[in-house]
Every structure is written in C-alpha cells, then in structure tokens.
Design a protein around this ligand. Structure first.
Ligand SMILES: NC(=O)c1ccc[n+]([C@@H]2O[C@H](COP(=O)([O-])OP(=O)(O)OC[C@H]3O[C@@H](n4cnc5c(N)ncnc54)[C@H](OP(=O)(O)O)[C@@H]3O)[C@@H](O)[C@H]2O)c1
Length: 293
C-alpha cells in the first residue's frame, strides 16, 4: 500500500516506520529535511497512491485560513481518479467551548460526531477547514484526533523538557489517542472508502475509551516512571507525591473539568484500539517512550 502523506508530521513518520505493509511518500515545505530523515520524497506527478493522508493544520492568514494541501490533493485526484481515498486529520478542539465542570466524570458533556461543534479560537480554524474540505471534496474522510501521543511525543517527553504546565490543571479530563491507533483508524477508512458510508457521515472521532484526569496521569507517571525520569529530567514530577500514594489524599477530591469525546461510528468501523487509555500507552518501557522511533 502506498500512501501520500502531506506534511512531515509525527503521524506520517510513525506510519512510515512502524507499518511494514505501507510505503509512505511525503510532501513537505522542507524536502531537505525529508532527505536527512531518510523519508521518501513524493513525486505526485509520477507516483501512484492508494490513499492520501493529510496532516497539515489550518493556519491563520488574516481573516482566512492557509492550508497548502489542496493543490497537491487536487492534482492527485485529477491524475488518479476520484476513487483515491483522502483522509484529513482534524482535531477535537472543535469542542473547546463545551468545557464544563462536574462532580463525576460521566456528568461532563459528551461530544460525538453528531454533537454540534462549539469551537474556541483555535478550533474555529479547524471548523473552517473541515467545512471547506467538505465543499471541495465531499468524499473525503475527516478524522478528528484527540490529544495525540506516542514515542517521543507524550506527557513524559514534555516533563523532560521542563514543560509540565499542561498537566497543572489536575481536574482536567483529556481524551487522547495513541498515534498507532489513529493510523489504524485512518488506514481502515481508506480501505472502506468505496463502501456504503454516506458522504455526510464521513467524519470520525479518534479517541481512547477511558480518558483520565491529569491528576491520575501524573500519579501514574510518578508510580511507573518517576524514579527513572528524575534522573533524566530538569523538571521533577511533584516530589511531594511519593510513589504508590494518591498525593493529597487527606484533602478534598478535586472535581472533573473538560468534555468527553466519543464516537458513534467507531463500532461500525471495528478497528480494535491497542491502547484504550493513555495509562496503557504510557506503560511502555521508558526508553521506547522518550525518543521518536
Ligand atoms: N498533537 C496533537 O495533540 C493533535 C491533536 C489533534 C489534532 N492534531 C492535528 O493532527 C494532525 C497530525 O498531527 P501530527 O502531530 O502528526 O502533525 P505535526 O507533527 O504537527 O505535523 C503537521 C505538519 O503540517 C505541516 N505544517 C504546515 N504549516 C504548518 C505550521 N505553520 N505549523 C505546523 N505545521 C505546519 C508541517 O509539515 P511540513 O513542515 O512538512 O510542511 C507539519 O509537519 C495535525 O494537523 C495536528 O495539528 C494534533
């Protein structure tokens, strides 16, 4: 299977290096970097592809958005025909405005593919691009990714870079998706492309099944990797939380904040997730988590 990946992205590199049955060719703003990273440079006017994976985010350009993928996609469609599967990776940040607080996790707002979007500033650009792509190419699949993580890009690597701020809101609940599972979903959609999915339903949420609060994630990292991480890290995990305890167990339990991302279509696609929770994904050996492979 030969995939054209638009953007030298974390996802595309993982696809190229971990899915043996797939050849990946890249379009990038920096072809020299592709060469240095030993990634295949696409030749869209000569190659034949079995699918296109678009990883390029929409960028602000005054009042409009900038997105360099469409001319590449259009020329491939013109050359190869309209059956060429196209998957664009969007983001569940289109629900940023749904955030709420609750006493129990199941009382947080639940957002599936049928839920009306409620974006903040960042998410608004995603919504604009989703709408534009629908208009340009209704047959395309849009996959909304939750917090994407994997080897070399995850909560642990952020901690080693002294960037723990993202975990400070302990009550925040976040759905995540391991890059392996995101790509499994994208490949399955490409295979199912010509099937009977109505075009209006070609939108899928890629999300884990058991989102956790930052509080539980931090505790897990402390318990599982804390000792090793402190040797590597410029930022320590909270030294007040000894391994195996719940930190401020005597204090009141913080509540839950955020929204829950779900999919009402994933079951129909029937792609089993390797990592149902970020706690599974970050339970891998430390050396496998710290560097992108
Ligand atoms: N990381 C997350 O938690 C998360 C969550 C939800 C959705 N997403 C989205 O899912 C898609 C795939 O994620 P990913 O992590 O695999 O992608 P990534 O590593 O962030 O790469 C995105 C690619 O888009 C291209 N690009 C063009 N203009 C850019 C700009 N101004 N800033 C950054 N990149 C630009 C770049 O390719 P070239 O430099 O090769 O042109 C870049 O390599 C992206 O659209 C991402 O934003 C990510």
């Amino acid at each position: 299977m030969h995939i054209l990946c638009i953007g030298n992205s974390f996802s595309g590199r993982y696809l190229a290096r971990h899915f043996n049955s797939v050849t990946v060719s890249f379009v990038s703003r920096d072809p020299d970097l592709l060469h240095r990273q030993k990634l295949r440079v696409a030749q869209p006017d000569r190659d034949r592809y079995d699918g296109i994976l678009d990883c390029v985010p929409p960028l602000a350009n005054g009042d409009s958005i900038e997105w360099y993928s469409w001319p590449v996609i259009r020329s491939c469609l013109e050359r190869q025909g309209t059956d060429l599967p196209l998957v664009h990776i969007s983001s569940t940040s289109v629900f940023e405005g749904c955030q709420a607080v609750a006493n129990h996790i199941s009382d947080l707002p639940q957002c599936d593919e049928a839920t009306p979007v409620k974006p903040g500033l960042r998410g608004a650009r995603r919504v604009a691009l989703e709408t534009e792509l629908r208009r340009l190419w209704p047959a395309s699949w849009i996959v909304r990714s939750c917090g994407l993580y994997g080897p070399g890009r995850n909560a642990l690597t952020l901690l080693t870079k002294a960037a723990p701020g993202f975990l400070q809101a302990e009550e925040r609940v976040v759905n995540r998706i391991h890059v392996h599972d995101l790509l499994g979903i994208c490949l399955a959609l490409m295979s199912a492309y010509g099937s009977s999915w109505p075009t209006a339903e070609r939108l899928l949420h890629a999300c884990d099944q058991n989102p956790v609060r930052n509080r539980e994630l931090l505790q897990f990292l402390q318990d599982t990797h804390g000792r090793h991480l402190q040797a590597l890290s410029t930022t320590r995990l909270d030294p007040e939380i000894p391994a195996g305890t719940t930190g401020n167990a005597a204090g009141p339990e913080p509540g839950y904040q955020g929204y829950l991302v779900q999919s009402c279509r994933a079951e129909r696609l029937a792609v089993p997730l390797r990592y149902g929770s970020v706690l599974d994904g970050l339970g891998e050996p430390l050396e496998d988590l710290l560097t992108e492979t």
